[in-house]
Design a protein around this ligand. Structure first.
Ligand code: SF4
Length: 290
């Protein structure tokens, strides 16, 4: 049985850079606070925790006065920077430059549209840290659409500027755009910004091809990963023998019976070392089955 790791899976550059920043500081001082999970991947979190990374939540900001804290690739809202300043927290800002660019664009558009009674609409996961950071650019005033079923929240008689969280599905964004376009009253401005990250959108066609050429697919991702959910759905559509796991212990030997090739792939928050470890374990399972 052949086991092949998808060369196009694994950390995107935003996550690579945040992890590098964290490791640099951990090497220097041995302790670093991170606001929220640095990646949605338990195994990688554990690896960094062992080096001294401490994950805190927003309510814990007051307790780390004068300490150093990393802002992860998802970015943060202006309120977080304000609170960090109040508590004299030294920030290492690892917000992904693509997310920062989107935050600035939303803020600029929001300021421009305020006088026109316009609506900022974000296709995003409510409660997802990136969406919270985007919402913060509008003082919480933007309308968040979880799916196409939420477009009724928009008033079609007022101008609309539509954005997407960087990790959402391009196909779903397209459908939402068309539905809003049809809904809008004549002559009311409707602007769409293409804000899905190419690191994510280019992976969908690649992962589909990868799923077509293997008998069994093992998709490795944390359960909270937004792009992990989208990519795994694409795996299932292409290969009915697709299984989503987050660690080696979840592998089941019966998945590999009669398989001649197994593909291991993952999300933008899945470290390569974890996919390699899982591929190694699948090879061991295969040898035991011979
Ligand atoms: S998916 Fe794109 S926008 Fe999000 S962290 Fe990675 S590179 Fe940045």
């Amino acid at each position: 049985m052949r086991v092949h790791i998808d060369p196009d899976s694994g950390f995107c550059f935003g996550v690579v850079s945040a992890v590098n920043e964290a490791e640099k500081e951990l090497k220097r001082s041995g302790t670093l606070y991170c606001l929220g999970e640095i990646v949605h991947n338990k195994a990688e979190l554990k690896r960094l925790q062992n080096k001294g990374l401490i994950t805190i939540q927003h309510e814990g900001l007051h307790a780390i006065k004068n300490k150093t804290m990393l802002i992860r690739a998802h970015g943060e809202s202006p309120e977080t920077y304000r609170l960090a300043n109040v508590h004299n927290i030294n920030i290492i800002d690892a917000s992904c430059p693509i997310v920062l660019k989107l935050q600035r664009l939303i803020k600029k558009t929001y300021d421009r549209m305020k006088g026109q009674n316009g609506q900022i609409v974000i296709f995003g996961e409510p409660g997802h840290p990136e969406t919270i950071g985007l919402l913060g650019q509008t003082s919480g005033k933007a309308i968040v659409l979880r799916s196409i079923n939420d477009v009724g929240k928009i008033d079609p008689s007022k101008p609309v500027a539509l954005f997407s969280q960087t990790t959402k599905s391009s196909e779903e964004y397209q459908l939402i755009t068309s539905k809003i376009e049809k809904m809008m009253k004549e002559d009311v401005p409707f602007q769409v910004f293409n804000t899905i990250c190419r690191q994510v959108s280019k992976r969908l066609p690649l992962i589909r091809k990868f799923c077509n050429i293997h008998d069994v697919i093992i998709f490795v991702s944390g359960k909270n990963s937004s792009n992990g959910k989208i990519l795994f759905k694409a795996c299932q559509e292409r290969n009915s023998k697709s299984h989503s796991i987050s660690e080696t212990s979840e592998l089941k030997p019966e998945w590999f019976k009669n398989a001649s090739s197994v593909g291991v792939c993952g999300a933008t928050s899945t470290p390569m070392w974890l996919m390699e470890k899982i591929a190694g374990r699948i090879e061991e399972i295969s040898k035991n089955q011979q």
